[in-house]
Design a protein around this ligand. Structure first.
Ligand code: HEC
Length: 111
């Protein structure tokens, strides 16, 4: 019985030690950046100037994105080619970044 207890203690100590120094560090476990996380970053660095963080600011006569009724394709079209006071981003952003932005804007919708 005593021997079993000793082995058990040893096992606990050893697994504890492994958990601290094991090969899986945090850096290796980091998953690739979330799509919407990327959309948020793109949006806050490029679009908040006129649209605001939540899309409702409406500076420089920008449309409220939270109440926009445009389809995703129409949004992509406006972001790529611009409209009136809004600049075109087709040269600045890749088609994939623009699609990510269109998806991100959907999440700003007011329910
Ligand atoms: C210089 C200010 C400005 C910036 C920066 C800007 N926009 Fe706009 N945006 C506007 C204006 C103004 C309109 C309204 C255009 C119109 O219909 O006359 C608009 C309209 C839109 C629309 C259409 C909404 C609707 O329902 O008609 C979308 C989508 C949009 N912007 C997305 C974006 C995204 C994404 C970015 C960042 C890449 C961005 N905008 C950056 C000014 C801006």
């Amino acid at each position: 019985m005593k021997k079993l207890l000793f082995i058990l203690t040893l096992l606990i100590v050893l697994t504890g030690y492994y958990a601290c120094t094991g090969p899986t560090t945090k850096a290796n476990q980091e998953k690739p950046k979330d799509r919407m996380e990327e959309g948020k970053e793109l949006f806050s660095s490029t679009c908040t100037l006129c649209h605001g963080v939540d899309g409702t600011l409406g500076l420089n006569s920008a449309k409220n994105l939270a109440t926009s009724t445009l389809s995703k394709a129409e949004k992509i079209n406006i972001i790529t080619h611009g409209k009136n006071a809004m600049a075109a981003y087709g040269n600045e952003l890749s088609p994939e970044e623009i699609e990510i932005l269109a998806d991100y804007i959907e999440t700003l919708k007011q329910k």
